[in-house]
Design a protein around this ligand. Structure first.
Ligand code: MN
Length: 245
């Protein structure tokens, strides 16, 4: 059996990323896919991007990655853009939309948020038609390969695995490495199956949650005088979204 790690939504939290990479290494997994949102929110976006370029087999673009290319006048955005520099911003904006692969006879698709765009958000309690739409071939996903029967995504910072009732499809969210909003633990997914195989064989999706040095990460953000530090620290400690009413 081959194992593949899928990470997402690191958001400049290098402390959490290193904890996850160490866990992946301990398990002997060599293939890592990243589903976007490498920078923004947390302090060390540049180092996170450099590390991901070093260790990931493929990386797709998230909504924050696209926002990093924005010319909007917003002080926090400007701070993060200055940390990254032009070359890294161009890298983020030029990332692909999707990753397609086969495991144990299943066509699998990985992307940031939805089959429509990096900005359309889908939740575990979205309606069944919305969940089914995640498996469609669209202008965004391309139509060169068959529509997937397994889809993994990031974006909502909240991990789950859902088998679509009567559709023989599996939808999963890998959670967030650096800014989890379900439990205050660095989260990622492991897929297990026979790589590049069109033949049916055992297949598994596993969610992994890791403790990491949250206070150490907040201390780094504090030292760097990162903007919007307080909501960042609160999210890391409580896993409650700053925008929640
Ligand atoms: Mn995100």
């Amino acid at each position: 059996m081959d194992k593949v790690a899928v990470i997402s939504d690191i958001h400049g939290n290098l402390t959490a990323l290193e904890a996850v990479l160490a866990d992946i290494k301990r398990r002997g997994i060599e293939t890592i896919y990243c589903l976007g949102d490498l920078a923004g929110k947390g302090p060390q976006g540049a180092a996170v991007i450099d590390r991901c370029r070093q260790v990931c087999t493929a990386v797709v673009r998230g909504n924050w990655d696209e926002m990093m290319g924005s010319s909007e006048e917003h002080p926090a955005l400007r701070w993060h853009q200055a940390q990254l520099g032009r070359e890294r911003i161009d890298y983020l904006c030029g990332l692909d939309n999707v990753i397609d692969l086969w495991l144990s006879g299943r066509p699998i698709r990985l992307y940031h948020a939805s089959a429509e765009s990096v900005f359309v958000r889908v939740y575990p309690d979205s309606d069944p038609a919305t969940h089914l739409g995640m498996f469609a071939n669209t202008d965004f996903t391309g139509t060169a390969v068959p529509a997937p029967t397994v889809v993994g995504y990031g974006d909502i910072h909240s991990a789950y695995v859902l088998s679509l009732y009567q559709h023989q499809k599996t939808l999963f969210n890998v959670g967030s490495v650096g800014n989890p909003l379900d439990e205050p633990l660095a989260t990622y997914a492991i897929l297990e199956g026979v790589r590049d195989s069109r033949a049916a064989a055992p297949f598994a999706v596993q969610l992994v949650r890791l403790p990491y040095d949250i206070e150490g990460e907040i201390a780094i953000a504090t030292d760097m005088q990162m903007p919007e530090l307080e909501p960042y620290a609160k999210e890391l400690r409580t896993a409650v979204y700053r925008g929640r009413q």
